[in-house]
Design a protein around this ligand. Sequence first.
Ligand SMILES: Cc1cc2nc3c(=O)[nH]c(=O)nc-3n(C[C@H](O)[C@H](O)[C@H](O)COP(=O)(O)OP(=O)(O)OC[C@H]3O[C@@H](n4cnc5c(N)ncnc54)[C@H](O)[C@@H]3O)c2cc1C
Ligand code: FES
Ligand code: FES
Length: 1342
Amino acid sequence: MEELNQSHHSDLVLFINGKKVVERKADPEITLLTFLRRKLGLTGTKLGCAEGGCGACTVMVSRFDPNNNRVIHHAVNACLAPLCSLHHCAVTTVEGIGSVASKLHPVQERIAKSHGSQCGFCTPGFVMSMYALLRNSPQPTIQDIEAAFQGNLCRCTGYRPILEGYKTFTKDGGCCGGRGKASGCCMTTVHKEEPVNGDSTHSCQQLFNPEEFKPLDPTQEIIFPPELMSLGKQPPRSLRFTGERVLWIQPSSLKELLELKAVYPEAKLVVGNTEIGIEMKFKNLLYPVILAPAYIHELRSIQYTENGIEFGASVTLSVLEEELREAIKKLPSYKTEVFKAVLEQLRLFAGQQIRNVAAIGGNIMTASPISDLNPVFMAACCKLTLMSKEGKRILHMDDKFFTAYRKTAVKPEEILLSIEIPYTRKGQYFSAFKQSLRKEDDIAIVTCGMNVIFQEGSNIVKGIKLSYGGMAPTTILATVTCNSLIGRQWNDEMVEDACTFLASEVKLSPSAPGGMVTYRRTLTISLFFKFYLTVQHKLAQEHLSVEDVSPNSASAIEPFHLDSPTSVQFYQEVPLGQTSDDVVGHPVMHLSALKQATGEAVYCDDIPCYENELYLALVTSTKAHAVIKYIETAEAMAVPGVITFVSAKDIPGSNRTGPAVYDETVFADDKVTCVGHIVGAIVANTQAHAQRAAKLVKISYEELQPVIVTIQDAIAKQSFYQPVRTLEKGDLSKGFQESDMFLEGEIHIGGQEHFYLETNCTLAVPRGEDGEMEMFVSTQSASKTQALVAKALGVPASHIVCRVKRLGGGFGGKESRSTILSTVVAVAAHKVKRPVRCMLDRDEDMLISGGRHPFFGHYKVGFKRNGKVIALDVTYYSNAGNSMDLSLSIMERALFHMDNCYNIPHIRGTGYMCKTNLPSNTAFRGFGGPQGMMVTESWISDVALRCGLPAEQVREINLYKQGDYTPFNQCLEQFTIDRCWEECMNISDFHHRKAKVELYNKQHCWTKRGLSIIPTKFGISFTAVFLNQAGALVHIYTDGSVLLTHGGTEMGQGLHTKMIQVASRTLGIPTSKIHISETSTNTVPNTSPTAASASSDLNGMAVYNACQILMQRLEPYKTKNPVGKWEDWVNAAYFDRVNLSANGFYKTPDLGYDFQTNSGRPFNYFCYGVAVSEVEIDCLTGGHKNLHTSIVMDVGKSLNPALDIGQVEGAFMQGVGLFTLEELRYSPQGYLYTRGPGMYKIPAFGDIPTELKVSLLRDAPNEKAIFSSKAVGEPPLFLAASVFYAIKDAISAARAESGFTGPFRLDSPATPERIRNACEDKFTKMCPPPEPGTYTPWDVRV
Ligand SMILES: Cc1cc2nc3c(=O)[nH]c(=O)nc-3n(C[C@H](O)[C@H](O)[C@H](O)COP(=O)(O)OP(=O)(O)OC[C@H]3O[C@@H](n4cnc5c(N)ncnc54)[C@H](O)[C@@H]3O)c2cc1C
Ligand code: FES
Ligand code: FES
């Protein structure tokens, strides 16, 4: 205290990548990530979410532990780590372990060479998670790797290649770690074991060669700085860091901490900052005094007591986990029931990076109603020791500890000192369960701890505690139920009564926050039932129960754990005779992959700051439909560093904007039409100041009616954009007359957030002359950005240059919506005449930029008894949002795909685009196609259920044949669905698998398996004909090097790599001589967006064209000097004054379709594919496991099998997200709740099918595209519907057991909630859904 009263500022001392850094004015509000990126220019560490949910910011933090005299290395999220918490730490970033320029680290090399880096934005995070793991355990197991990656997300790769690359570090190595194969890796054995269709020439090659990899040499790693080691041995001294708004105090002793807490009772104790960091960043809370107890030994101590283990409140979750594991090994099993339950909760608790820093005390004191540990601690009645200056106080965690939402019985001047987790006794059983949307790194929907103790030697309940999280504003105990069970025997009668008591005691209001009310209520009962079975089994083992759990119920109590995935890829090798210089058809690594793995690859926000650069933060609407009455900026302008507020009146050109029609504004002028509508922007000297000020801008609204949020609202109000499209062929009434049976049905398909790991980013640099502006943008549409910026600024397009180096993912989300940010930033830069930058925070990006269109389909289908469909009348409604954007083309593509792969003689599709008060929805991989086909598969599955026929049989008899015509009268030539189908049946071993599924379902009551085969056909071309053009520019320099530019942008799909392969073959030179620097509007003008899967086709042909022109020009010099080299010919031509620069151009021939006449060709060709998936569902919780997927995809003659397989797997996993996981949740007023990875779940490692086979169809050249290849970006996405329909198949099996047969509605995504609710049983009956219309729900399906 004495020292602190002198109000001194401490110096913060840390090491970064081996170099000492002394920060004299460390600001408590600055995170390590901001410090690395902005202050040190170490931009390899990326910002993906700022909330610890994506892992892009992972670094390794090393500390010296003087008590144990050892150095501890941890992977940590730099976005949540306060800089001030790193005093005397060593930080290692991706730049610190290796570089392309010097020496690659094996961790960097392997992820790149195994094709585990596509857009690369997630890659440094994976590299650092793996690096930290290897520093602690140089030969990890596969399970170690999976655990290390729980906190890392990748949106591009589908994870398989990352895992495969890194499995080479495990003891067994190889692609599968040798799992289950006596002879090692499955790659070497699968070919022999699984001949495909008896075809010996079918090849399965490795996509990379592990023998090329440099070995890991742990002795070569950076050492921990000796200076920190000696500093760590010295007694701690109090620290004090003062920022603009926050004081950070790190006391040196417990006494000092308690004195400080007495002085500052409102001060927060910060350990991991995983809760406080979120509150400060996203909940706009400010804690002016922070007490960091990092030095307080008592808070980190672990002691074994008579009753249990006492953990200091600052013990991190990883240490807790480690200690409990050790205790379980040492102690008799009956004593460790609670410990095992804590471990079970920790297994699914956040990611490793969070667990490494988050403290047990932080979890308790946050008092979150969905805390995973508190229900366990409450059910176990843990002892808590509190302390203040006045002394200690003991409390037990019971139903009085949590007093209200996020409030506890701990007094402001007290701290939590420790928690004692008790041993259990003989005759006591304990379980914990957690149900979340995603299996890993997800917060709970319902979580619980359950504790029962029996009278000695009996099955009579002596005491029971059931504690639930997620069922009230606090963690609760079901006291009434528990009391009524005391003295009861543990038997079927008891469980029936207990469930009834629980259903009436643990209730939720129909409007309860979090929604899913029926599901959550059902879960409380279902989870208790699981506990019942678990205990019954244990009692039986101890001969205390009359009956053991019946064999067909046993699976309900098996832990729903996943096996490690294995995979295999098949592709055709290049023909014999193709020269080794010709790399077309080879699995060439993405040419930026190594740079991406080392952090050297530059993304938009990595561009170094200009000296006078400013930062922009958006001000957006909080109302869905309102008139702006006034905007008050005075308070915002008073924030230090603020330069200006920009709004509609600052636009020198036109405020009207939009990609297809100008029906939007750059800034709202007088009216807002969605929450998130951009009203203005603050420009300030730093991001922190701009964002702080933006939150202080006050907007007064007059709300307008109606507020249309859902498709159903729009239908009721007839709120549609025009035109309403219809596509019709045949004679519907005749078709229905010819049918034996009819059915009608509906399906709703939810939207999807792009979740590119790199959010939208723009840097606008005014050039000072003639209104010129240089724009650095993360966009798929350089030309559209240029055009719309020019329009807003009122200058000719020729004065604007838009430059794109690479994108950290796009998926359609940066096709048109990126311009809403670019134009705003350009207007601001124009106003202040200085460079302005803005990279959206994840929550802003999710709020304003729209996503995939939700669709609702209604259908009437007529069919024969054998399942042959004769007539279909289908109506599609899409939720387009508050502007047209690309909705018309998206609806048209949905209609073009309403047949999927089925020949329906009489068909009509009608498409309505709903105009709603949501942010405009936009392009997303598949562009309406997946939604169109999802409806198709829904009715075909209904037909099969109605006919009582196997779904695969109904699908097969309806399949098109070569030469058939689509509903839009395009002939199906080079048709390969039949071949894909047959091969997929074979590689998945469909019939055998199906027999096994049927047997499994007979033997298992509470888990069911399902199987499905789904085909897809995807039309390739932009449906807007004019976009089917591309340009390229090729320069040859006199040293023989080639600079290639084309109209496409690189966003991870490997387009630049493929274009270099094309140029390399055409010019006849190695790829190393060819360079692509960037995409820019001043090299190739009027480019089409990089979209519609057509970029390799279009740009590839343009590159080919340019290279051919150059080769013609060089031909005379080659002829003159046939033994010369490339450089000789180039030089000769140069001295002969030959132009060594050429433009290439291509337009797709014979395109054009007319809806009025239903004639013409909308597509150049079609891509085909088939997938088989098998799943297992847990009928009690609604969880599911993806057990198997086989995919056969026709990609023509692959330009690059590694990239193409990467696209197939990446698209498939995105589809798995779309159809089983990802749910955007809106309030009835149009407010988006799901604004980050915390609430919005994209697939993670645990969602990869346990067994994944991917085969590129062999001998399928496509004469319509460059070097006989085919497009690949979008077509495979829909194959993930095979997982959805496998789930539906499994649900059908469950329903059949409860007596429900025939078609039933299952909306997409098939979340645990939908799966559980569809598996109707005695428990769901106890929790009937609230009567619609009698309450206002928390969320609505849009
Ligand atoms: C990405 C992510 C995933 C998450 N996943 C989960 C999950 O799966 N399950 C789950 O339950 N939680 C989860 N959380 C929540 C959070 O990680 C935990 O609650 C964590 O244990 C908090 O610990 P901390 O040390 O980081 O807390 P901090 O943020 O440092 O502090 C949290 C609160 O506890 C108080 N506090 C801390 N120590 C003491 C003490 N000794 N005495 C008094 N008050 C104290 C602080 O003042 C503060 O109010 C997640 C968080 C993130 C960011
Ligand atoms: S940026 Fe840190 S976890 Fe996402
Ligand atoms: S490569 Fe992982 S997010 Fe793009």
